[in-house]
Design a protein around this ligand. Structure first.
Ligand SMILES: *[C@@H]1O[C@H](CO)[C@@H](O)[C@H](O)[C@H]1NC(C)=O
Ligand SMILES: *[C@@H]1O[C@H](CO)[C@@H](O)[C@H](O)[C@H]1NC(C)=O
Ligand SMILES: *[C@@H]1O[C@H](CO)[C@@H](O)[C@H](O)[C@H]1NC(C)=O
Ligand SMILES: *[C@@H]1O[C@H](CO)[C@@H](O)[C@H](O)[C@H]1NC(C)=O
Ligand SMILES: *[C@@H]1O[C@H](CO)[C@@H](O)[C@H](O)[C@H]1NC(C)=O
Ligand SMILES: *[C@@H]1O[C@H](CO)[C@@H](O)[C@H](O)[C@H]1NC(C)=O
Ligand SMILES: *[C@@H]1O[C@H](CO)[C@@H](O)[C@H](O)[C@H]1NC(C)=O
Ligand SMILES: *[C@@H]1O[C@H](CO)[C@@H](O)[C@H](O)[C@H]1NC(C)=O
Ligand SMILES: *[C@@H]1O[C@H](CO)[C@@H](O)[C@H](O)[C@H]1NC(C)=O
Ligand SMILES: *[C@@H]1O[C@H](CO)[C@@H](O)[C@H](O)[C@H]1NC(C)=O
Length: 707
């Protein structure tokens, strides 16, 4: 197949677009997708997707790769059945590459061409590109490797989703030839799972969601601690022993590392982690685990206080003889879990005055992890000035700030490979940030037009103001970008789903910029195009239900139980906002404080003080239900808040809040959004009566993301 578009000529570091195939020739265009498809040249006709779909996997390559072409095909099959309601029957067969010319059943072919070539903007080869060739009989996806075919199946599904969202009864793909390939190798998001606990199943769902937008990495920040001077530096009677710190990989029973994970209920067992890693991999997403040392290490010093740097409880003393062996023993235990070729050792925000200790530590870890486990390492950019030593060029540096002389363009020219996580563009914090330094979601204004000259952000843009800090899309050592969501205020600042609400649109927007960049391809999305298709695509992302969308029983009613109950089970495990949950309740005076009014997979509502629970955290409304009469309660939630109206008093909405300790500086009040705890009514010893239970959806559940 001829590659008809998106061919770049490299002229002295500049990219010149030679041929710009329009995505919108005649009536046969493909609609915009996220991220944008590099090129599509329409021809005549359409491929109509029938209710019975045949997927044919080239038998010569079916078992190629890990995941294999066939593995990806099976996930695609499941997604297709979920995403396209009228598809009633799908089959996968293995057969030779050449389509059967006698068959007139529309067929999707998935195949490998081992001589296909795709290149990143820096000219290096990538196996993530793919071609698609659409005729009235066949939709054929061809790539160099299974991962490329996988991204091609996302393009197929996105096209179908947009078609269906526009009201089409059946999906039809315009005939033609498309070519698509990412500009950068690393396109990821980082989640701070050190300061906030997340179930593995939630993280798996995030991978699945992000993969719909062709992101390929989840950087999992898996150890950290809250930062609070009153605890760390001993003001009052707080103490570093009591400050929240966590390490999320659960050591096997009897391990010498047991003391590293005192709260087993907030850690992933090996099997849970392996399953998560597999879920992500089967969707084209690699988990890059991070264990952060020698700063951010309170979880280690709480376990082994002798490793502490005096006066800095969350720093390890690298000159203490047992420190580096202890860090190595942690990696020895957990590196065999990790399938990625790279891991992050964190290594941020350590003492600038201990630069030589720091540099020899990161170099030693690079050599050790390379020699023992054949993996390379990443570190965060850190100000560690030394006149005698330098960080090994084998280490990838993830830039996030401009500390000292840590200037990314200089690092690149010194030969370091760099990933862009610059906080100006790419940082978020759960619920709120100190003095609102970071937005709730990635700033759309900044990403579309915040680079110098009013241009859009891309992985080659590090500064919004100073062009000398930016480089070109084809910079040889620029690997790509990772945006980061931190959880500085810990477990009680947010629910897991609130984190998803912050990530959902950011994932999509970032994916466009990290795949296509800004000002490189004529086919890159405009802001208007993005805004037009995003609602359909975020709602259609298959394989997970982070929106907790449910089908109402009738009208907007999810369920309604007019009778009187003390316990009742339903099949609805959780319902995402916006919803209204109303009921009347008369607790028995003997009902224990542990009694539950409602519970679900994402939240619980305790009878005591009308307290919501999520992530093991309690959020009391502070309303004590009388035990001698019925109280009517109407709970209303959006993605921004949850409040109750008691006994119909609309003038006095009562909000569920969290109180966040902003680095010991000030306390910040924040609203909480809870999914409806719809699964069980009553429980945990609740005694009393609940009646007139009604759960309704308010507006479109998914539409709530779009505000
Ligand atoms: C699905 O399609 C295949 C092949 O067309 C057919 O053999 C099979 O019976 C169908 N299954 C169902 C459940 O319709
Ligand atoms: C495989 O790709 C090469 C390079 O683009 C091309 O020349 C060849 O025709 C392709 N083979 C098939 C079977 O499409
Ligand atoms: C670090 O450990 C060394 C060796 O035990 C010790 O001499 C030094 O005082 C410690 N430094 C700090 C800052 O704790
Ligand atoms: C080491 O890792 C590299 C990169 O992932 C891989 O290409 C190579 O085959 C590995 N070597 C061994 C001995 O496993
Ligand atoms: C970088 O890695 C290569 C291959 O593992 C090794 O030979 C070399 O010594 C390393 N360089 C440094 C500076 O660590
Ligand atoms: C950009 O680089 C210069 C030095 O080359 C530096 O002075 C400036 O502060 C940098 N920061 C930003 C955000 O542009
Ligand atoms: C209910 O709230 C009050 C006041 O906030 C508090 O004193 C009491 O301990 C709470 N009871 C329970 C069971 O949480
Ligand atoms: C884990 O257990 C601890 C101690 O019992 C508790 O404080 C915490 O809330 C629990 N965490 C979760 C997520 O349930
Ligand atoms: C949340 O945790 C912080 C400590 O990080 C604590 O100060 C605050 O009181 C907690 N808020 C609630 C509502 O429990
Ligand atoms: C909670 O949400 C309500 C409704 O949007 C708003 O009026 C209120 O200011 C919010 N409170 C906080 C603490 O953010």
């Amino acid at each position: 197949m001829a590659i008809t578009g998106g061919i770049f000529l490299r002229v002295s570091k500049a990219l010149i677009l030679l041929s710009i195939p329009a995505l919108c020739v005649g009536g046969d265009a493909i609609s915009p997708q996220i991220p944008s498809v590099e090129s599509f040249v329409p021809s005549n006709g359409v491929f109509e997707l029938p209710p019975i779909v045949h997927i044919v996997v080239d038998n010569e390559y079916a078992s190629h790769g890990s995941p294999s072409l066939l593995d990806f095909a099976k996930v695609f099959q499941t997604d297709l059945e979920e995403a396209i309601p009228y598809v009633t029957n799908t089959t996968i067969s293995l057969s030779p590459l050449d389509p059967d010319p006698t068959s007139d059943i529309p067929t999707i072919y998935l195949t490998i061409n081992s001589s296909a070539q795709f290149t990143l903007y820096n000219g290096q080869p990538t196996d993530e590109g793919y071609q698609f060739e659409v005729t009235p009989d066949t939709y054929r996806i061809t790539a160099l490797a299974p991962i490329g075919v996988w991204w091609g199946t996302r393009t197929f599904l996105q096209q179908a989703a947009v078609d269906l969202a526009q009201g089409a009864k059946t999906v039809s793909f315009p005939a033609g030839q498309g070519v698509d390939s990412p500009g950068w190798e690393v396109r990821g998001f980082m989640l701070d799972a050190g300061r906030h606990w997340f179930e593995a199943s939630f993280l798996g769902d995030l991978c699945i969601y992000a993969s719909f937008f062709k992101l390929n990495e989840l950087h999992l920040h898996a150890s950290d601690n809250l930062w609070n001077p009153a605890f760390l530096y001993g003001e009052g009677n707080e103490g570093w022993e009591k400050l929240y710190a966590a390490f999320r990989f659960q050591p096997p029973a009897g391990s010498a590392l047991d003391g590293l994970v005192p709260r087993k209920n907030e850690s992933w067992t090996k099997q849970e982690f392996l399953d998560l890693q597999q879920t992500c991999a089967s969707h084209g997403v690699t988990i890059i685990p991070e264990v952060d040392t020698p700063g951010h290490s309170l979880v280690i010093t709480q376990w082994k206080p002798e490793l502490m740097e005096s006066g800095q409880p969350d720093h390890l003393n690298l000159s203490y003889p047992e420190t580096i062996p202890t860090i190595k023993s942690i990696w020895d235990e957990f590196l065999p879990w990790f399938s990625a070729a790279e891991v992050s050792i964190g290594a941020d925000e350590y003492d600038a005055s201990l630069a030589n200790d720091y540099i020899s530590f990161v170099n030693e870890m690079s050599t050790y992890i390379g020699a023992q486990f054949n993996k390379s390492i990443r570190i965060w950019g850190t100000n560690e000035p030394s006149t005698t030593m330098s960080v090994s060029e084998n280490i990838t540096i993830q830039h996030w700030d401009f500390p000292g002389d840590d200037i990314p363009v200089q690092l690149l020219s010194q030969g370091y490979r760099v990933i862009n996580s610059e906080q100006t563009f790419l940082y978020l914090d759960g619920k709120t940030s100190e003095d609102n330094q970071f937005p709730q979601q990635l700033s759309e204004d900044l990403l579309w037009s915040g680079a110098p000259g009013g241009k859009g952000w891309a992985p080659n843009i590090f500064s919004a103001t100073d062009p000398t800090n930016n480089t070109t899309p084809d910079a040889p050592n620029l690997r790509g970008a990772i945006f980061a969501l931190w959880n500085d205020w810990g477990n009680n600042a947010t629910t897991a789903l609130e984190i998803y609400y912050q990530l959902a649109k950011s994932v999509a927007l970032f994916s466009e910029k990290a795949w296509a960049g800004s000002d490189v391809r004529a086919t890159a999305l405009t802001r208007d195009q993005f805004d037009t298709v995003y609602p359909a695509l975020t709602a259609a992302a298959p394989g997970q239900n982070l929106n907790r969308v449910v089908k109402p029983k009738y009208g907007n009613v999810v369920y309604e139980f007019p009778g009187t109950y003390s316990t009742l089970s339903t099949e609805i495990t959780s319902v995402g906002p916006p919803y209204t949950l109303s009921f009347s309740v008369k607790p028995d005076p003997r009902s224990p404080d542990t009694g539950l009014l409602f519970s679900g997979i994402d939240s619980k509502l305790h009878v005591a003080n009308l307290t919501f629970e999520a992530t093991g955290q309690l959020y009391a409304l502070g309303y004590v239900l009388p035990t001698d009469k019925y109280t009517s309660v109407s709970i209303r939630a959006t993605r921004e808040y949850t409040y109750a109206v008691i006994d119909g008093d609309e003038t006095n909405p009562r909000y569920w809040y969290t109180l966040m300790d902003i680095w010991g500086d000030y306390m910040a009040l924040g609203n909480m959004s809870f999914a409806a705890p719809s699964h069980n009514i009553g429980g945990s010893g609740f005694s009393g009566e609940i009646r007139d239970i009604k759960l309704t959806l308010e507006g479109k559940q998914v539409a709530a993301i779009l505000s």
